[in-house]
Design a protein around this ligand. Structure first.
Ligand code: NDP
Ligand code: MG
Length: 418
C-alpha cells in the first residue's frame, strides 16, 4: 500500500500496523544482548506479547536458560519454534527441541519468519550481514519489523525498502538513536525534516591521542563507557564505525541525504538524538542509557508502555556536553560516510571488511589500529557496482570478506614475525 505523501522506509506520518493482543513475536538472535532484553520485555508483558519462534547461532545453553525463564513467566503460551543456525550446535540440540527444531544454516532464519502460522512482529536482533535475508523475509510477510540489525540497511537498504513497500510491511528502528528520531517524528512527515543530529558517546578512546590508539589492548577496546552490548557493536563503538553504520541506517530509514545527517559526540549518552525541522525547531529524546525503551517502543508500535528502571535526573547531570567527532583519529567514521555517499556496493564492501576485521581483532589476530587500514584497502581494491537483488548483495559481501581475510592473514603473519 504505497503512500505518495511519504517515501521514507520508516513510516513517517503513515498509520502503523495494528495488532490484537497478545502480539505474536519472532525473535532472531534471542541469545544476544538485544535478544535477551527483548525476552525480558515479553516476560514483563505476558498478556501483550507471545513468542512464536526464536533463533540463536551456537549458544544453545543460554537459549535453554532463556526459554525456561520464558516458560515460567508465560505458562499458558505454546512453546516457540527454534532455529539453531550453527550446524554442530544444531546437531547437539536435536534431542532437546524435537519437532520444534527448524532446519540447518542461515535458511533456518527464513523458516523462523515463515513457518509460524501467525506472526505480527519480527525482532531482528542478529549481528552482521546475515540479518539481511531474514529482514527481507519479514518484509515479504508484510509484518512489523523491529530492527536492531542495522547491517540489514547498510548492506541492503534499497532492497529492504522495495520489499517493505511491495508487501505493506513496516520497519521500526530499535537502535537507540534512530528510535529517538522516530519519537521526535511522531505524527510528522519526512518533508518537515531539515537535518538529523545523531549523537555518539565517543567510545572508550574519545580522549586518547593517535599515538596511544596504535597500542590499545582488546580489553580497553571492549570497555565501553556507557552501554553494555554484544562484542561486535562494542568494537564498532570504539572505532566509531558504529556511528558510520548508523549514518547509513538513518539515511535509509528517514530518506535524508548524507549532507544533512550530522554526528555530535555527547559523552553522557543522555540525549539519544535530535531532529531539526524546516522551521528551525529542534526536538530531542532523552533518557538513561537503557535499550529496553527503544526495543519496547518498536515492538509495541510506538507506545510508551511502563518500564521500570533508573530515570533521568537532569539536576544531577547539570550540563549537556557536545563535541565534533574527530575524523582523523577515527578514520572508520570517515570511511563509512564516504561509502554511504558513493552508494551502490560500497557500503556492502565497507561492512564485509569491517565484520572480518572486527572478528580478527576479537580473535587477537590483529590490532585495533589495523581495522581502518584493512577497510580502507578493501574499499580501494573493490570497484563500486549497482545492487539489484539479494544475490548481488551477498556476492559483493563475499568478495569483500575474501579481500579482508587475505589482509588479516598478511597482518597476523607480520605480527607473529615481530
Ligand atoms: P550479540 O552479539 O549480543 O548477539 C547476536 C545474536 O545473533 C546472538 O543471538 C547470536 O547467537 C546471533 N548470531 C551471531 N552470529 C550469527 C550467525 N552467523 N548466524 C545467525 N545468528 C548469529 O549482538 P547484539 O545484541 O549486541 O547486537 C545485535 C544487533 O543489534 C547488531 O546489529 C547491533 O549493531 C544492534 N544493536 C545492538 C545494541 C546493543 O545494545 N547491544 C544497540 C543498538 C543496536 P549466539 O549467541 O548463539 O552466538
Ligand atoms: Mg546506536
Amino acid at each position: 500500500m504505497e503512500n505518495i505523501q511519504s517515501n521514507s522506509l520508516y513510516p513517517c506520518g503513515r498509520p502503523l500496523l495494528s495488532y490484537p493482543e497478545p502480539m505474536k513475536l519472532v525473535i532472531l538472535g534471542v541469545t544476544g544482548s538485544i535478544g535477551r532484553q527483548t525476552l525480558d520485555i515479553v516476560r514483563s508483558n505476558p498478556h501483550k506479547l507471545q513468542v512464536v519462534a526464536v533463533s540463536c547461532h551456537g549458544n544453545v545453553e543460554v537459549l535453554q536458560q532463556e526459554l525456561a525463564l520464558l516458560a515460567e513467566a508465560c505458562p499458558d503460551a505454546p512453546l516457540p519454534l527454534v532455529a539453531v543456525t550453527d550446524p554442530l550446535a544444531r546437531a547437539g540440540a536435536a534431542g532437546q527441541f524435537s519437532n520444534r527444531l527448524l532446519g540447518e544454516g542461515p535458511s533456518a532464519l527464513i523458516e523462523a519468519v515463515e513457518a509460524p502460522e501467525s506472526v505480527h512482529v519480527v525482532v531482528n536482533a542478529l549481528v552482521g550481514a546475515v540479518g539481511l535475508a531474514p529482514t527481507l523475509a519479514a518484509a515479504r510477510r508484510g509484518v512489523r519489523i523491529a530492527l536492531a540489525n542495522k547491517e540489514s540497511l547498510v548492506v541492503g537498504g534499497e532492497l529492504v525498502k522495495a520489499a517493505v513497500f511491495a508487501h505493506g510491511a513496516e520497519v521500526l528502528p530499535v537502535d537507540s538513536e534512530h528510535s529517538a528520531m522516530a519519537q521526535c517524528l511522531s505524527g510528522r512527515t519526512e518533508h518537515e525534516i531539515h537535518k538529523l543530529l545523531l549523537t555518539a558517546s565517543g567510545g572508550p578512546f574519545r580522549q586518547i591521542s593517535s599515538d596511544a590508539l596504535q597500542k590499545v589492548s582488546l580489553e580497553e577496546v571492549l570497555n565501553h563507557p556507557t552501554w553494555n552490548m554484544g562484542p561486535k557493536i562494542t568494537v564498532d563503538s570504539a572505532t566509531l564505525m558504529n556511528k558510520g553504520l548508523e549514518i547509513i541506517e538513518a539515511h535509509h530509514l528517514f530518506a535524508v541525504p548524507y549532507e544533512r545527517i550530522e554526528v555530535l559526540v555527547h559523552p553522557g549518552s543522555f540525549v539519544h538524538s535530535f531532529v531539526e525541522f524546516v522551521d528551525g525547531a529542534v526536538l530531542a529524546q532523552l533518557g538513561t542509557p537503557d535499550m529496553k525503551l527503544p526495543i519496547q517502543y518498536a515492538i509495541s508500535g510506538e507506545k510508551h508502555w511502563p518500564l521500570p528502571g533508573s530515570r533521568l535526573d537532569l539536576l544531577k547531570i547539570g550540563q549537556l556536553h557536545f563535541e565534533e567527532p574527530d575524523l582523523v583519529r577515527f578514520p572508520c567514521l570517515a570511511l563509512a560516510i564516504q561509502a554511504g555517499r558513493d552508494g551502490g556496493s560500497a557500503t556492502i564492501t565497507l561492512n564485509g571488511a569491517n565484520e572480518v576485521a572486527v572478528a580478527a581483532l576479537l580473535d587477537r589476530k590483529i590490532r585495533y589500529a589495523d581495522i581502518p587500514r584493512i577497510i580502507e584497502e578493501v574499499l580501494e581494491s573493490e570497484s563500486i557496482h549497482p545492487v539489484g537483488c539479494l544475490q548481488d548483495a551477498l556476492a559483493f559481501d563475499t568478495q569483500a570478506r575474501r579481500a579482508a581475510g587475505a589482509l588479516v592473514a598478511r597482518l597476523s603473519q607480520a605480527e607473529r614475525e615481530v
